[in-house]
Write a protein that binds this ligand. Sequence first.
Ligand code: GLN
Length: 502
Amino acid sequence: MQLLELSAVDLVTAIRRGEVSAVQAAEAFLDRITKLDGSINAFLHVDRTAALARAADVDKRRREGKPLGPLAGLPVAVKDALCTSDQPTTCASKMLAGYRPPYDAHVVARLRQADAVLVGKTNMDEFAMGGSNENSAFGAVHNPWDLARAPGGSSGGSAACVAADMAPVAIGSDTGGSIRQPAGLCGITGLKPTYGRISRRGLVAFASSLDQIGPMARSAADCALVMETIAGHDPGDATSLADDVPRYTDLLEKPLTGLRIGRVPEHFGPGLDPEVAHGVEEAFAAFKAAGATIHDVELPHAKYGIATYYLVAPCEASSNLARYDGAHYGHRAESGSGHRSAAKAGGEFESPLVEMYCRSRAEGFGPEVKRRIMLGTYALSAGYYEAFYAKALRVRRLIRQDYLDAFAKVDLIGGPVSPTPAFPLGEKTSDPLAMYLVDMYTVGTNLAGIGGISFPCGFTKGGLPIGFQLQGPALSEPLLLRAADRYQQLTDWHSKRPPLPA
Ligand code: GLN
């Protein structure tokens, strides 16, 4: 059990020194997955044989004195939205069931170059659309703190596997909160980097102007370690930033004296659970005790965040998901394969080809994905484009400007991640709007293209983690990680473990 509880930083050091072998580490986490994942369902695919072979190779090269990468032997779980050439990539959709990409996502390639050991692909909401992981075509993920509750989404499998010690770190993606929310609801740390900080090449596209990959781990220090490997320019993603990648782990130590943290009074209004509000206020007090100053700031357009996000994201999704037509790749319907004439189909379809497209999409996509495609297609259609999509883009600009104005006065903005602690599975599945409202504190970061980090700041009386969010200006990852790390040096919320079998 002790090995499972080592931080990623300590585990990598122990492996480099030969105190623990990479095979021992891989076996420990793989055994834990075998033992627990039947009740958590965090993984869609686990490749034990490949992981052990990879770990054995790290050990062999270490014995031979050959150079090793910075993550040598570190087990890593990867959200199933990232392409892996040697493991299936389904995005938790029937549309991509059994799909094997011909290449690795840029982030996956970097992890391999750093000698990390990929243990498996994690469950998620289908095509990353959702806030509870209940939209997976392969079953919901169960929150390790209470198996009857949702882990949050869409990177719920990544959050749950770290919380349950089935992997020391995981990779997630965040379009409107999908790293920060599940991290908050599962009591771990998750970083949504600035748009473009990490290459999106090989991340199955949801909303391309919002999507960003990031690390999920038990601490900010572990996130910093992973960031050094996965961040940086990639000529294969035109939106990836050319800025140098700092040594995040070397920048953690500096004290927080003089740090100005903003507090948005509207974030403490109706809809916020009182226990969450209390935990968040305690975190502000801890930051203050550590030398930071707290200032009220305004984000006047934040109240339009949900409406704006739920236009921009579905519009982009409807375009991105047009590629799943049954012809090129992905699920293809058995019927409508060209043998049935349009007349026989009762005039329902223009042609057998159109029938094949329609049936493939009807069968392959789940209800939430269909809802987004329909919303997006509607909002982009002639006559509605100006009223919905173009208007949403203008409001997006105002939301971004709010952040720029706020960051002229403060260094970071703090507040809740989610309005409530983890909610019971099934509670919101019949009410899409209630599910969308869960994103009220997180979508602004993505709309503005800036950075955000979420980490545990307490527990409810019922024993559920409460998350704290810090948002920072573009490329403020060193400061976000440092502030979270300093907080974690002063508190021990992040080292609490869920009540699971040892
Ligand atoms: N919950 C949001 C949605 O459903 C965010 C998802 C995400 O960040 N991938 O779109």
